[in-house]
Design a protein around this ligand. Sequence first.
Ligand code: CO
Length: 292
Amino acid sequence: MQTTGVILIREIQKVIPTRRQLEGGGFPVRRPFPMSEVPDPFLLLDEMGPVDWPPNRALGAPPHPHRGFETVTYLLQGNMQHADSAGNSGDLNPGDVQWMTAGSGVIHSELPHPDFLAAGGTSHGFQIWVNLPSKDKMMAPRYQDIPKANIPVAQSEDGLTWVKVVAGACLGVSAVIDTVQPVHYLHFRMEPGAQHQQHVPENFNGLVYCFAGAFWAGTKCTQIKNGSVGLLSAGDALGLGVDESAEENAEFLLLAGEPTHEPIARWGPFVMNTQEEIMQAVEDYQNGTLVQ
Ligand code: CO
């Protein structure tokens, strides 16, 4: 398509509310999709908490496998610790991101940090799953653990729009994370009266997910409230803003990515292209060869 000099404005084509459920042994999450509506290449979006844990009660996810996609954990509050069967381990503190490419296979745990577990406290964050194209599904696993200090932040000239650039680019600021599938992952905080036009590459699918306040998107100023997802129509630019009369800031994620356009076969923690590949993953897990 010839688009030189023409901006194709994206709109919100559908608003989807959140479903609350328990994950990872009882961790409360807001999951805004029926799985079938998650736009390719995304597979899952969980808002973990916010939840206030009493001492010695915080839950996490004990050891479990993954194959064929990436898990991205972004912590806002609380302290987590991850460890895997290959001997990798690390802490996740507020503002940190872990971009884990499961590739051919990992078995890992995602648990509250022992100190956090003992003391209790508020835990809040996001986990998204990003699909890998078939050519990369069996790539060697890799971790990108990015501390808060290394994740760039962009700010509008009027100071009303603040954006943490986890992946992609915003307001001339580019992310430091290397994604296998081209993906944008932006955390916006917009004050009342803020307006912003965000470039989203035309070949990307995209969504916005609001987790505080409310904002509008598109030329029709579709309202997206706390706990709702807005799916983006095609185009390359999205208008965003918060009403001047709003009583609180809006916070939301903008996720966009190049679709794989491939068939998805999915079973629990395995996401492949065919049922045979899923059966192979289960077999490899059972006989101890999922992890190389
Ligand atoms: Co996991």
